[in-house]
Design a binder for this molecule. Structure first.
Ligand SMILES: *Cc1c(COP(=O)(O)O)cnc(C)c1O
Length: 376
């Protein structure tokens, strides 16, 4: 059996090697490394895929979040609400810009922002909410949109783990993650559902004014060459990455389906295991399983991981430490009693190998061993 990995980028590459290699060679042959034609074409293709009016490609997903916040004219000390259970980048950019991160606990089923607790966190200084579509499933955007509208707040979606996820606005309207709020942000980090061969990210918006500002900020605050209207940053997707992403975007739906198929296989194998809770799927969103994350019950998670490791099965904990307990945030004031769900999840979650190349043989081997690991 082929070695089991958390993510199998090599296996995925091998299937599209000819197309990818020629796309890379094309960029080398034209020596157009920065601001090349593939970047423009990729932006257009992603606009059509989502669909959304504007896509601005940038250097990575963290920059995407930072640039999105920079486009909103916020003042130091303004408050931005986000999830307490996320990758550090979401909270980090808020702090980096001198804004105040206000963390809210998550829903124990979906692991996304607990929308019943968001309104209590709003003050006069609150300017924006950043929901994170964690592990590939959307947060409750309908409720968040209502709250944002009522309090006149911007809604920025962190869709780094959810590119291609569908959100059901109602029976007749479906939108893609990242196109529902004012601004959406994503990452093309290699292991993301749409990954490039290095760093990459993008910002989406349907708002023409925000688009103008976002594209300027991502390019040194410049609209006309060498005339700088705003303080910006240098954050670009390079042409080689864009060429790779153009090839892979054509496969994104198929990649997400492959992940869903593997998740269905896992679900079936674990649904009757009293020690494990399978991922809860929300009614309002599809799930593209950036991660397949189980919740362990009354078992020693570390023992499970050790057992799996002895069988050459990798597993990971996303995330072991909540944001409010991170050393980097030690000088920020969070009320520590406010995150019971996040703290509990950090102790109990475990993520299994999840990628587009898992074979039935590998899946059978993994589920048998996971079920065995919970018996000991
Ligand atoms: C990966 C990720 C980011 C950051 O993306 P980078 O491209 O690594 O900077 C931000 N938020 C979430 C939820 C992520 O998973």
């Amino acid at each position: 059996m082929k070695e089991i990995r958390m993510v199998d980028l090599k296996g995925q590459y091998d299937k599209i090697k000819i197309e990818i290699d020629s796309a890379i060679q094309n960029v080398i042959d034209t020596s157009s490394f920065i601001k090349g034609n593939h970047v423009k074409e990729f932006q257009k293709e992603l606009e059509n895929f989502l669909p959304v009016k504007h896509v601005v490609a940038c250097g990575n997903g963290t920059d995407a979040l930072q640039i999105a916040l920079m486009s909103l004219n916020l003042k130091p000390g303004d408050e931005v609400i986000t999830s307490g259970f996320t990758f550090i980048a979401t909270a980090e950019v808020i702090a980096l810009l001198g804004l105040k991160p206000v963390l809210v606990d998550v829903d124990p089923n979906t692991f996304n922002l607990d929308v019943t607790k968001v309104e209590k966190a709003i003050t006069e200084k609150t300017k924006a909410i950043i929901p994170v579509h964690l592990f590939g499933q959307c947060a409750d955007m309908n409720t968040l949109s209502i709250i944002a509208k009522k309090h006149n707040l911007y809604l920025i979606e962190d869709a780094a783990q959810a590119l291609g996820t569908n959100y059901y606005i109602n029976n007749s309207i479906t939108k893609k993650a990242g196109t529902i709020g004012d601004i959406g942000c994503t990452s093309f980090f290699p292991s993301k559902n749409l990954g490039c061969f290095g760093d990459g990210g993008a910002i989406f918006t349907n708002n023409d004014d925000l688009f103008q500002k976002i594209s300027a900020i991502a390019n040194h605050g410049m609209k006309k060459k060498y005339y700088h209207e705003l303080i910006g940053v240098n954050s670009r997707l390079d042409n080689i990455q864009a060429a790779i992403l153009r090839v892979k975007l054509k496969h994104l739906n198929e990649y997400n389906l492959a992940r869903q198929k593997a998740a269905d296989f896992y679900d079936k194998a674990f649904i009757n295991n009293p020690k494990l809770q399978i991922p809860v799927r929300a009614k309002y969103s599809t799930h593209i399983f950036h991660q397949y994350t189980l919740l362990t019950k009354d078992v020693d998670r570390e023992k499970i991981q050790d057992y799996l490791k002895s069988k050459n099965i990798p597993s990971m904990v996303y995330y072991p430490v909540p944001i409010h307990k991170q050393e980097a945030f030690k000088n920020y004031i969070f009320s520590h009693n406010d995150f019971p769900v996040t703290e509990d999840l950090c102790k109990r979650v475990i993520s299994l190998p999840m990628h587009t190349e898992l074979t039935e043989e590998q899946l059978n081997y993994i589920v048998d061993n996971v079920n065995e690991a919970t018996q000991i």
